[in-house]
Design a protein around this ligand. Structure first.
Ligand code: GDP
Ligand code: MN
Length: 400
């Protein structure tokens, strides 16, 4: 689950990571109130106005603006709130439709008083799955374009791996500060920053924290100016407060709906919809679809209890995608009996009515034979298969 910048920063603050202070708002009036409050606190009329959407590169799309006074702040706020913000990371990129901005962050100008005295670094923490270790990626070349830095000057991107047995050690943090070329107060502040950032990463069960830019100010403070924060969905049950930060308006509406029905669903671009029980089997089914010349239109795990109601819900969600030319249902009957699922498929089919795409059902396991008979005798446009090979052949046949 992804968070907004302002939400990520609120977690950082809890763990003592210095941030660019600010307040989030939903309306122009509220944002202006926050601006006044901030101006009072900082004693400066300067403030940055930042669109809150789940995508980076906002600066490039005009979603981050510096205001030098209240009038400018009002202008930027009115322009940004409600706009369709296009960034290289919104769907379709700068040519796409962009994302509507519903929330705005009014923040102190972290670069004041002397913009040029600041240095922008890059710092992120994530899991390196190959090494099975958390890694702190860091570079002196922070700011807007870390992807280009990694491509053109990879030697300027450093990685510090954390031993999972030892945890974060002082020397790990010092290595980061050293690689960034720091000395004196800035060196000390960076080691503190890194240690606390790592505590935040562990404490929130994050899958990613990315600070770009991580600011080294003229007076040697280290400050998180931007914050991309992603949480591990599977750990949300132990972070009720963080789970509440979910912003479903930023997510795929079909995926949100599927979740509310207990379906594990991910939208993809292909032409063969699939409905499977179990994530592993779902992955294998996507491979089968590819091998038979199709492309999976989705990943859908209906879970262990593939009852008629769930099957129907899954059908409805898959059928909403008009690129779907066939549906492959692949169920392994272990605890769930195949004949029950088959009956569920037949019932759902009749309930929905008017299903135009061919459906291939592969049921294997308990009562698979009875299930096949049920489907074959249903008179519906459903083909049954027992072996995976047969299912693949059927997919091939309907796509041909
Ligand atoms: P992103 O474009 O979505 O990554 O948003 P960022 O929060 O990283 O901001 C983009 C850019 O805006 C930064 O790289 C800075 O150059 C600039 N910026 C952000 N905050 C401030 C600020 O407080 N003062 C000034 N002068 N510039 C800022
Ligand atoms: Mn950024």
């Amino acid at each position: 689950m992804n968070l907004h910048e302002y939400q990520g920063k609120s977690i950082l603050t809890k763990f003592g990571v210095p941030i660019q202070n600010g307040y989030a708002a939903d309306t122009v009036d509220e944002a202006l109130e926050k601006y006044d409050q901030l101006a009072k606190e900082t004693g400066s009329p300067f403030a940055v106005v930042k669109a809150q959407i789940h995508a980076g590169g906002r600066g490039k799309g005009g979603g981050v603006k510096l205001a030098k006074n209240r009038e400018e702040a009002k202008q930027h706020i009115s322009n940004i709130l409600g706009m369709q913000l296009k960034t290289p990371q919104t769907p379709g990129g700068m040519e796409g439709p962009g994302k509507q901005v519903n929330k705005i962050l009014v923040a102190e100008d972290a670069y004041a008083p002397d913009f040029d005295a600041n240095k922008e670094y890059y710092v992120s923490i994530l899991m390196d799955r190959e090494r099975k270790q958390n890694v702190i990626i860091h570079s002196t070349q922070g700011g807007m374009d870390i992807e280009a830095v990694a491509e053109e000057t990879p030697h300027l991107v450093h990685k510090t791996y954390i031993d999972p047995e030892l945890g974060m050690q002082g020397f790990n943090a010092r290595e980061v500060a050293f690689n960034l070329g720091l000395e004196g107060t800035a060196f000390k502040n960076m080691t503190k920053f890194i240690s606390k950032l790592y505590q935040a990463y562990l404490g929130a069960d994050a899958t990613l924290i990315e600070i770009n830019p991580c600011l080294h100010t003229g007076d040697d403070r280290i400050v998180a100016v931007d914050c991309k924060f992603s949480l591990d969905d599977n750990a949300l049950y132990r972070h009720k407060d963080l789970a509440e930060m979910r912003d479903t308006t930023e997510e795929d509406p079909t995926e949100v709906e599927a979740q509310s029905h207990g379906l594990n669903f991910v939208n993809l671009d292909g032409n063969v919809g699939c409905m499977v029980n179990g994530a592993g089997l779902a992955m294998a089914t996507m491979d089968i679809i590819k091998l038979s010349g199709g492309e999976p239109a989705n990943f859908l795990d209906v879970g262990g209890t593939a009852d008629a109601a769930r099957v129907e819900q899954a059908f409805r969600i898959i059928l909403r995608d008009d690129r779907v030319e066939a549906i492959l249902i692949n169920i392994f009957g272990g605890i769930v009996r195949c004949d029950r699922v088959a009956q569920g498929v037949v019932d759902a089919y009749k309930n929905i009515g008017d299903i135009k795409v061919p459906i291939i059902v592969r049921l294997q396991g308990t009562n698979a034979d009875i299930a096949k008979e049920l489907i074959d005798n249903s008179g519906l446009n459903v083909r049954s298969a027992i072996s995976l090979q047969d299912a693949a052949e059927e997919v091939k046949a309907v796509l041909a």
